[in-house]
Design a protein around this ligand. Structure first.
Ligand SMILES: *Cc1c(COP(=O)(O)O)cnc(C)c1O
Length: 223
């Protein structure tokens, strides 16, 4: 018999299309539970706290075919470590951070895959570009040749109705299309990282390609 984590993953997988990249968000989750998720087929882990993530990466280093996704705000002095230890950065949330990551990526000779974090609704608690600011920064982001800019990431404010949530996810999809129409050569909006435990089905309906699920896989977080 498989454990509850595997059951949860199997149930989620059965309810979403195959092309969706299911990122297991493992903040506060133990390496043992992460191994169980791996056994159930998970190959993408998302973490938002660098120190915690580095400890767990060390413990799980035999899992060599895992992609690590950084999904939290990056302090300037942590940017290099994030580049060194993660395949994806979903939370590039300002031009200043993008430029810093670009410079470091050049020095490290790497080309991280990144999403640009955007705030489609006002939300004082969230990092990210507001839409007009993101559109205004695109010409400078285009010059960040060492970043592989693949799409948008968004987190909804708390307390939206289903209708509002779906409309907001659809606005993200439309923004991605609008940016693609501008035909930048280094900015490709083919990925939409959106949808968490409470709203991932709506996000998929609106065109999400990557969903970031924590509690629905591992159970409620205490902190
Ligand atoms: C914690 C977190 C998630 C997962 O949230 P759940 O409600 O546990 O599914 C997704 N994205 C980000 C950026 C997070 O910090």
């Amino acid at each position: 018999m498989s454990g509850i984590i595997a059951q949860n993953i199997n149930q989620i997988r059965a309810s979403i299309p195959d092309y969706i990249r299911l990122i297991a968000v493992t903040k506060t989750v133990s390496p043992t539970a992460m191994r169980e998720a791996y056994e159930a087929g998970i190959r993408d882990f998302g973490e938002n706290r660098l120190q915690e993530a580095l400890c767990k990466q060390k413990e799980l280093q035999e899992l060599t075919d895992v992609s690590w996704h950084f999904i939290g705000h990056i302090q300037t002095n942590k940017a290099k470590k994030v580049l060194e230890h993660f395949n994806w950065i979903h939370s590039v949330d300002s031009l200043k951070l993008a430029q810093r990551l670009n410079k470091l990526a050049e020095e490290l000779a790497c080309q991280p895959q990144v999403c640009l974090q955007v705030k489609l609704l006002e939300d004082p608690n969230k990092y990210g570009w507001e839409v007009p600011d993101l559109l205004a920064d695109l010409p400078q982001l285009e010059l960040c040749h060492h970043l592989d800019i693949q799409g948008l990431m968004t987190i909804l404010p708390l307390g939206l109705s289903k209708t509002e949530a779906l409309a907001t996810f659809m606005a993200a999809k439309e923004l991605a299309q609008e940016i693609n129409q501008q035909q930048y050569s280094h900015i490709h909006m083919n990925q939409l990282s959106m949808g968490m435990s409470g709203d991932y089905l709506l996000a998929i309906k609106a065109g999400a390609t990557m969903i970031r699920l924590g509690q629905i896989i591992f159970g409620a977080r205490k902190i």
